[in-house]
Design a binder for this molecule. Structure first.
Ligand code: ADP
Ligand code: MG
Length: 220
């Protein structure tokens, strides 16, 4: 250390601190659950913590999700964070991640809308060896079937956060709401269960979807 003034030493220390932080922090967390279970809220909470700790953070979302905003991710409670909309396929994600090479923490919301391509799974696993990655995704589609990318990524993640909503089914006889933990996303058309052959992807909010428990999840 001979010959270094205290300012140089200070910057050396900052560099060492930054390097050890980068080396230490990597891995993949997948946050899953039905709609309204708090996936986006949790994703934004985690990313905000990293921002507060001085990490560089970026949030990505599939460009087909234009609910609320094109350049932000917005939770059902109105929490917001600026986001980059990417084409929901391998090249869209790969290009975005390449541009964000120096960013330390990456969030991806609504992963289920990405194409069912194993290359996307491999890309996320590879990137999360170098940096911290948080992914939020629906567990199942409206029919109760898994989404391919989510199904493949989930068991390979370092950590899984499984969230439940509250079942909103109302018993027509008693008028009472079920209130059980909801693990399914009910699609409704004019208040009635959507048919099995309806398109898999239909971007919507409260008007077309509600969280339900397994007992009250219906397909017509
Ligand atoms: P997700 O990303 O999983 O769709 P959000 O994080 O955007 O969920 O929103 C979660 C919020 O939705 C909750 O904090 C709650 O205020 C609200 N919410 C509305 N209806 C329900 C419900 N039936 N069960 C749970 N949360 C609900
Ligand atoms: Mg969400």
């Amino acid at each position: 250390m001979v010959g270094k003034d205290k300012y140089t030493l200070f910057f050396d220390l900052l560099l060492v601190e930054k390097m050890s932080r980068e080396a230490r922090d990597f891995g993949l967390t997948v946050i899953v659950g039905p709609m309204f279970s708090g996936k986006t809220t949790e994703l934004l909470r985690l990313l905000t913590r990293y921002k507060m700790a001085g990490y560089t953070v970026a949030l990505l979302k599939p460009s087909i999700d234009k609910r609320y905003s094109e350049r932000e991710v917005v939770s059902h409670d109105g929490l917001k964070m600026e986001a980059l909309a990417v084409e929901p396929n391998y090249s869209g994600l790969e290009e975005a991640l390449r541009k964000l090479e120096d960013v330390e923490v990456i969030g991806i919301d609504e992963l289920q809308f990405f194409e069912p391509d194993m290359k996307i799974v491999e890309l996320i696993l590879r990137v999360s060896l170098e940096k911290r990655v948080f992914v939020a995704a629906l567990n199942l589609d409206f029919r109760g079937e898994p989404w391919e990318v989510v199904k493949e990524l989930l068991p390979r993640a370092d950590d899984v956060v499984s969230l439940q909503a509250v079942c909103t089914y109302v018993d027509p006889k008693t008028g009472k709401r079920c209130g059980a933990p909801a693990t399914r996303t009910q699609r409704l058309i004019d208040g009635k269960p959507a048919p099995r052959d309806a398109p898999r992807i239909l971007i919507g909010g409260r008007e077309s979807y509600e969280p339900r428990c397994r007992r009250h999840h219906e397909i017509s």
